[in-house]
Design a protein around this ligand. Sequence first.
Ligand SMILES: Nc1ncnc2c1ncn2[C@@H]1O[C@H](COP(=O)(O)OP(=O)(O)OP(=O)(O)O)[C@@H](O)[C@H]1O
Length: 375
Amino acid sequence: MVLSFPSPLRPPSRLASPPPLSLLRLGGASLAIVELSNSSLEMKRAEVDRCQIQEWYPKFKSASFKTRILQLPESFVEYLLDDFGPFVLPASVADEDALPNRVRNPVDEDDFQVSEGSDEDESERFPPPSFPDLELKVRESIESLGGAVFPKLNWSSPKDAAWISPSGTLRCTSFSEIALLLRSSDSLVHDLCHAYDSCSDRAASRPGSFFLALRKWHPGLRPEMEFRCFVSSRRLVGISQREVTTFYPVLLEKKDQLQELMEEFFEGRVRESFESERYAFDVYVTKDGTVKVIDFNTWGGSTLPLLFSWEELEAMGEGMAAEMRIVESQCGVRPGLKTAVPYDYVDTAPGSGWDHFMRKADEELNRHKGEPAGA
Ligand SMILES: Nc1ncnc2c1ncn2[C@@H]1O[C@H](COP(=O)(O)OP(=O)(O)OP(=O)(O)O)[C@@H](O)[C@H]1O
C-alpha cells in the first residue's frame, strides 16, 4: 500500500502555529509523541534576543564558522511572509541561476498538473519580485566565503526545507537557491512570527529587523562531533550528543576527553562573554580538538533538551559537576526529536493533507480487511 503526502508547499498553513504533536494511530502502528517546544519555561525577551546570530557572532567570530550577516529589507521579509500569493522566486539580476523562477503552488497531487494559460500570462499576472541590492550583497558574500554557504535568519536555518534543494542539503551557491529554501521553510516562520511566544515580557511578535546570515559551507561535518551544552546560573550543567538518533561507538571511547574540551571552552571563552544566566549552545569539535560554536539557543522555548529533559536540567543544582550524555548503545537511540520536519508531518488540521492521508489510509485498510489473509 503506497500512501503519499501532498507537497508541503501549501502556503496557508505556514504561518499558523504548529499544533503540538499527539499520538496518532494508523492501522495499529503509532507515531511518536513529540513535544516540539517547552513553553512552560518562561524567558525574557532579552534572553531570546541574545541568541540571534547578529548579536552573538561578533563576540564569537574567532571561535565560530566564518559568517557574513546582511540586514534584510522589509520588502524581502514581506516576500517571505507572503503565504497567499503564488510561489514565485525573485527575478535575478543575472540569468545565470539554474533554478526556474517560479515553482507552482500545489495544494494536492492534482495541482501538479499544468494549469491553463501560458507562462507569459502567468508572468504578467504575478510578476516576480526583485531585490537587486540584496542579491548583489549576497553574491559578494558567497564569493568571499569560498563559493558556497549555509543560510539562516536571526535564529534558525531553513533545515526543514533541505529536501527541496537539488543536493538535499542547505548548501547554497546563489541567491535563488537561498530564496527557495527560505521561502519553503516552516522552521523560519518561528523566527518571522513566533520568536517571542514564550516571553513573559513580550511587547511585539517580531524583532525590529531581520538578518540573513551566510555561513561558509563546511562539507563533511561529522554529526557525532556536534554537542549541545546547557548552562544554568552561568554554570555548565549538561552536555548532550546533538544527533540522538544514532549510536556512535567512538563517543564511548572519547567521552571524557570531549567533555574536558567543552568544559575548558565554556570556562575560557563563553561564560564571561555570553550575558544570559541560562541558555544552551551548540558546538562542533574538530579533528584537532578545537571547539567551534555553531549556535546559541534559549533555555526552553523551541530548544530541544535532547538526551535530557528540561525537568532534569532545571534540577541540576549548585555544586554538581556537569553531566555529559551520549547514546551508549544501539538500544539507546532516540526517535528523531527534530524541529526540522516538514510542516505536513505535524499539521493535522482540516485541509492539511493529513485528513486526506487518513481518509485514504482508512479506505485502504477497509479494503484490505475484506481480503483473505496473506493475499
Ligand atoms: N556552515 C555550515 N556548513 C555546513 N553545515 C552546517 C553549517 N552550519 C551548521 N551546519 C549544520 O546544520 C545544523 C543546524 O545548524 P544551526 O544550529 O545553525 O541551525 P538551527 O536552525 O539553529 O538548528 P537547531 O534549531 O536545530 O539548533 C548543524 O547542527 C550542522 O550540522
